[in-house]
Design a protein around this ligand. Structure first.
Ligand SMILES: C[S@@+](CC[C@H](N)C(=O)[O-])C[C@H]1O[C@@H](n2cnc3c(N)ncnc32)[C@H](O)[C@@H]1O
Length: 259
């Protein structure tokens, strides 16, 4: 495995910033990753059940997780019988993933790379998946065409991200849970930067995302707005359970590559 692969000089500006951010942040994700590796498949921060049917359909398929982090989702796919591959921009996140592979006795390829330029041949995968990986950290106009290139006809792109509605009310600073007040426009939403961190995220409005997917050869299968299950009052990543019971804080997109 070649860790610490260099970015090309003409790479988009945000890639080095996001790589440094995630290399710094990685130690704080180890325990969460370990718990997820030990657990059963769910989606997103509220532990939604398999709303996509992915794990039931994964046996004997080639899957690529773009922005795999600690790679628990790929581990669940491998256990479901997939030939899983995880790719991530942060070598330190991949180091955690490799440690967890060792601890749990489950191996699959981990690639240091970026969703914007996938080091794979065309039509190599049946599923391309991202759970808060490239789904929010890569420019969608760069990574969704790449996902389309490496998917086989009939293959599926599945990604989970913050819901559009949540992005309109998301607080600027950590530690202030979202309220019901619109803080920013939806028109033109794309690149997001926050005052308390040197990283860049990407979120498109629904219309722009649908147009992009269609333009890149996908047909829409579903847009699942995730509702938090009933449970104890708590705040996760600036969303309270109460808020996420009333409005979608996360959404899962499913799109099929046209034949
Ligand atoms: C919140 S983690 C999500 C991964 C996984 N679901 C988890 O929770 O461990 C986000 C991951 O996306 C990766 N990432 C950021 N930008 C990326 C890019 N351009 N290409 C691939 N991975 C990227 C980060 O390095 C980080 O490991």
């Amino acid at each position: 495995m070649s860790w610490k692969r260099r970015l090309r000089p003409d790479s988009p500006d945000y890639l080095a910033r996001n790589r440094a951010h995630w290399d710094d942040y990685a130690p704080r994700w180890v325990e969460m990753g370990r718990r997820a590796w030990a657990g059963k498949p769910t989606w997103g921060m509220w532990g939604a059940p398999d709303v996509t049917g992915l794990f039931e359909r994964a046996a004997d398929t080639d899957t690529l997780e773009v922005g795999c982090g600690t790679a628990y989702l790929s581990a669940w796919l491998a256990r479901a019988g997939a030939r899983a591959v995880g790719l991530d921009n942060s070598w330190r996140q991949l180091k955690t993933a490799a440690t967890l592979q060792h601890e749990f006795g489950l191996r699959f390829p981990l690639i240091h790379g970026i969703g914007e330029r996938l080091p794979f041949a065309a039509q190599a995968f049946d599923f391309v998946i991202s759970e808060y990986g490239s789904a929010i950290w890569s420019d969608p106009y760069e990574w969704i065409p790449e996902a389309g290139r490496v998917l086989r006809p009939g293959g599926e792109l599945i990604f989970l991200a913050n819901a559009v509605l949540f992005m309109l009310v998301a607080p600027e600073l950590d530690g202030h849970p979202a309220e019901a007040t619109l803080l920013r426009p939806q028109f033109g939403m794309h690149r997001f930067e926050w005052p308390d961190e040197d990283a860049v995220e990407f979120h498109l409005g629904h219309g722009d995302m649908i147009r992009l997917l269609r333009q890149e050869g996908f047909e829409m299968l579903d847009l699942i707005e995730v509702q938090a299950p009933d449970g104890p009052a708590e705040v996760k990543f600036n969303v309270s359970r109460d808020w996420a019971r009333r409005w979608p804080s996360e959404e899962v997109w499913r799109a099929r590559k046209r034949g």
